[in-house]
Design a protein around this ligand. Sequence first.
Ligand SMILES: NC(=O)c1ccc[n+]([C@@H]2O[C@H](COP(=O)([O-])OP(=O)(O)OC[C@H]3O[C@@H](n4cnc5c(N)ncnc54)[C@H](O)[C@@H]3O)[C@@H](O)[C@H]2O)c1
Length: 388
Amino acid sequence: MSKPLNVGVLGCGFMGRAHSNAYLQVNHFFDREHQPVLKTCYGRQEDREKLEAFAKRWSYESIETDWRKVVERDDIDLIDVCVPNFMHHDCVIAAAEAGKMIICEKPLAMNVAEAEEMVAAVEKAGVANMVSFNYRRVPAIALMKQIIDEGRVGRPFHYRATYNQDYTIGADVPQGGMALWRLDSRVAGSGVTGDLLAHSIDSAEWLNGPIAKVCAYAETFIKQRKHADTGKVEKVDIDDACMFLAVFANGSIGTFESTRYARGRKNYSTMEINGENGAMFFDLENAHMLRYFRYADPDTGKKIEDHLTGWQDILVTNFEHPYMKNWWVPGCVIGYEHTFTNSFADFLAGLEGGESFQPDMKCALRTQRVCEAVLASAKAGQWVEIPA
Ligand SMILES: NC(=O)c1ccc[n+]([C@@H]2O[C@H](COP(=O)([O-])OP(=O)(O)OC[C@H]3O[C@@H](n4cnc5c(N)ncnc54)[C@H](O)[C@@H]3O)[C@@H](O)[C@H]2O)c1
């Protein structure tokens, strides 16, 4: 029996597109009772032309330029927050008070104080909620998690993450407006820390457990930029680049680096873990591949190194790999958009008696705490501990 799930999407930009596509795809590839229906979408009045084209392309039934009207509608079951970070708090609180299920893009909020209020609101309302740290649903990253849980990495010593891009190097790139609101601290909260490192932190804590303390350095290379909304040259307050050292609660140590000034890098997100029994490396720009180094048998602890020992490339497309039995046949790769479809499939499964979705807002609050500790450490120039 299929159950319509009426969706109101707030935002008609990058994530609005990615989520709309996933709502339309999910029932084609996963057996789920709930069937998302694209009821209405919101965009700013100044983006109205874009909003209209977006609604037509994805077959939304209506549009709104006031997001509160979407939240107030009785015929909407789920509010999907795909607007810039400064709006997440108010949208989520209003949606929770209206008793809607909520999907929220990352980072959860502008800061920890906002995120705490959001968690309290969804818990009080008792509504299903998810935060879109979609990289957990890259099959190769989900396979990393499985391999770690099977003991094949063993005691971890090192964790290494990078998330590098290059699209803000030009001094003539403005701040403000579609996509470039990311350079305006009043709209984004922070720079690469909330935008990119939040993903790296979510993946790291999922794979390697909680981070206990951090020591960070952040840089803003271009200190002033023209604002697209005001036309005036204004101070840039976000971090263009941020690096930090981390000590994990399990005793392993980590390095994290993120920048939008790595010439040549577009969406270069990598993670590597080195343990007693093995190691793994993943690169998002080669997302169907997982590199694995097998050293010792997890059951006996005995070295299995022989003439075949070396890094292996696992093409993560077999039916036994996470999510892959729902897609094509072995050898056919899937890509970026599928991470959202896989996420929604898991969210719907949670509504239908399966495991409740992770990361939810409570879990994403933890990532927000680590981001805030990273920014505090960069400001103070010293180590900052993160409460368990
Ligand atoms: N999960 C991911 O990998 C991922 C990737 C990209 C973005 N995101 C997150 O998704 C959210 C939306 O990002 P996006 O890239 O889709 O944004 P976008 O700039 O492409 O779209 C922004 C949308 O918000 C509306 N809006 C309202 N107020 C605005 C303002 N002051 N400035 C600009 N737009 C405004 C616009 O009309 C538009 O519909 C953000 O929280 C972002 O961090 C997540």
